[in-house]
Design a protein around this ligand. Sequence first.
Ligand code: CMP
Length: 140
Amino acid sequence: ANERTLSIIKPDAVAKNVIGKIYQRFEDAGLKVVAARMMHLSEREASQFYAVHKERPFFKDLVSFMISGPVMVQALEGEGAIAKNRDLMGATDPKKAEPGTIRADFADSIDANAVHGSDAPETAAAEIAFFFPGLDVHGR
Ligand code: CMP
């Protein structure tokens, strides 16, 4: 089905100046950028966004990493966008990511892993609403 997913290009990839290269991969896979904003997250925003992980041992490091520099946030739209974006990203740990995936090519560690992508339709809707409250994600 035609879907939307939330993607974040994390501080490590923004610092490496590869926003364009990552956008190219989205576009080549048939995903369309339908909303985008560059922002430097506050600790509060990063903690809220990753609230599902707040009991995990890596939560504190995750939040400090996500606020270490600007991020590029986008909503992507296309056929099976959620799964397609996850295929493009590769495994969370870049050491386990398939060659040719974004994380294999641009990520350094499980924390500095270049990109985030929604994992299911419910989280995609919630994450898009978090960053783009004006986008009509319900009327489709
Ligand atoms: P992301 O898809 O943004 O969702 C949560 C992030 O936590 C994940 O990518 C990783 O960058 C980070 N993280 C750090 N350690 C772990 C871990 N052991 N398991 C899952 N995610 C982790």
